[in-house]
Design a protein around this ligand. Structure first.
Ligand SMILES: Cc1cc2nc3c(=O)[nH]c(=O)nc-3n(C[C@H](O)[C@H](O)[C@H](O)COP(=O)(O)OP(=O)(O)OC[C@H]3O[C@@H](n4cnc5c(N)ncnc54)[C@H](O)[C@@H]3O)c2cc1C
Length: 406
């Protein structure tokens, strides 16, 4: 594996997004966290940099200035760009980063399984501003009140009726769930067929029967909206179903593809956790270098410097795991266990670094609105969404032994 971090393509993107994070995200991060408001202006400002709501489908030319080699057998750069960019944006503010990148969660299955017509429709639904003048965003609705980790237990159904499917059910904890202009919704077309019956549907917001529900109040990443969405006899044309028609033999477009999609986004989610950890570590290092304890420089106290050394080690290890998982994906190699290792390790690192940073800073870090207090709250979510820590360990165990521990 090459260490791509400093190669010109990735280093250029890293520098550009770090400048964006420093100059535009950091100054407004605390305000959006306090108000629990979406950073609409910044979502718009990010688009010209190559971080538009359809970037996952459109390719990365705007971000990098170069076209990806269309030959599907050649190595790609998408996953690696994802980890490099995600670290910088989350370093700026993980909540705002998720608000900017949230639509990518919905765009990924469309890019992966969608036909050209479905991609065009998805783009059309995200074109222009909404009636409040906000950029249009998308949502990926998979989780349900009783189905988070175990997605094979999906209760939302999609019943065939002529040329349409009728969606019935409720989704929970959906990023952009209240504001989205378009949703990618996962439902079972044939509960008797189990996982083979699950399909994704592209659903426009104005479709009758699609009812956005309660917005959740959260501990962290508060600039990213999370809400319920209900489907009450919501009719969707069959042309908007992703993947092949559901038959017991045809798994394509079903749960196995959904799981692959999550494997694809985990390295970038791991990199977000690295970004939070790095932000807290850098803040702490600067403070320790400038402060004295009992009359001697803080940086001369062994117990303090060993803690910083530990943080630095774990941040580097987490970044390397994320890079490895991304490199494997870009080289068309299996990365299921590696993606889970990256996600689980980085989540632990972000929690360890932010928690220890709180202790070493003392009472100042307990003040609401202190950056380290915010990063401490933001870090927790990385142990929960995109697969909890236990679920990542289950996946790693299965790769080791061929079976899931119960
Ligand atoms: C801020 C936020 C944004 C989100 N955005 C989205 C989104 O855009 N779209 C979407 O579809 N979902 C989204 N989610 C949902 C998220 O993916 C789920 O919360 C997550 O999958 C965990 O599911 P759960 O909360 O139902 O927990 P559960 O699955 O109920 O798990 C509860 C506990 O049991 C453990 N557990 C469960 N099964 C096992 C097992 N087999 N072995 C060992 N332990 C187990 C878990 O690790 C956890 O500790 C979001 C969640 C949050 C918090």
């Amino acid at each position: 594996m090459d260490l791509f971090h400093n190669q010109p393509l990735y280093a250029g993107v890293r520098q550009m997004l770090n400048a964006f994070a420093k100059q535009q995200m950091r100054p407004i991060a605390i305000q959006h966290d306090r108000e629990e408001s979406m950073p609409w202006a910044l979502i718009k400002a990010a688009a010209p940099l190559g971080l538009s709501q359809t970037a996952v489908i459109d390719g990365r030319k705007r971000l990098t200035g170069i076209d990806e080699d269309p030959d599907p057998t050649k190595p790609k750069s998408q996953a690696r760009l994802g980890v490099v960019g995600s670290e910088e944006l989350a370093w700026g503010c993980a909540g705002i980063a998720l608000a900017i990148a949230g639509s990518g969660l919905a765009a990924s299955p469309v890019a992966r399984m969608g036909t050209e017509e479905q991609k065009s429709e998805f783009r059309r639904l995200l074109k222009g501003d909404d009636d409040k003048g906000h950029v249009k965003v998308a949502a990926m609705a998979l989780s349900e009140p009783s189905t988070g980790s175990d997605i094979s237990g999906l209760k939302t159904t999609a019943q065939k009726d002529g040329n349409h499917y009728v969606l019935r059910g409720s989704k929970q904890w959906i990023t952009n769930g209240k504001s989205a202009a378009v949703y990618v919704v996962w439902a079972n077309t044939d509960p008797a067929a189990g996982r083979a019956g699950v399909r994704g549907f592209i659903v426009a917001r104005e479709t009758p029967g699609l009812v956005p529900g309660r917005k959740e109040t959260k501990l962290g990443i508060r600039a990213s909206e999370t809400a319920q969405v209900h489907f009450e006899d919501c009719r969707v044309h069959q042309d908007m179903m992703l993947g092949s028609p559901p038959t017991p033999e045809a798994a394509s477009g079903g749960l196995s593809d959904t799981k692959k999609m999550l494997d694809g986004t985990r390295p970038a989610v791991a990199a977000q956790a690295v970004g939070i950890a790095r932000a807290a570590y850098e803040f702490l290092l600067e403070r320790i270098q400038a402060t004295s304890l009992h009359g001697t420089p803080m940086a001369s106290h062994q117990h303090i410097m060993f803690e910083l050394a530990e943080m630095n080690m774990e941040i580097h290890a987490s970044r390397l795991l994320a890079h490895r998982a991304a490199w494997l994906a870009d080289h068309h190699q299996e990365n299921v266990a590696e993606a889970s290792m990256a996600k689980a390790h980085a989540a632990r690192t972000a929690q360890m670094v932010t928690s220890r940073a709180m202790v070493l800073l003392g009472e100042e870090a307990l003040e609401p609105g202190h950056p380290v207090e915010k990063w401490y709250r933001d870090a927790k979510i990385y142990d929960i969404f995109e697969g909890t820590g236990q679920i990542q360990r289950r996946i790693i165990s299965r790769a080791m032994t061929g079976q899931n521990p119960t």
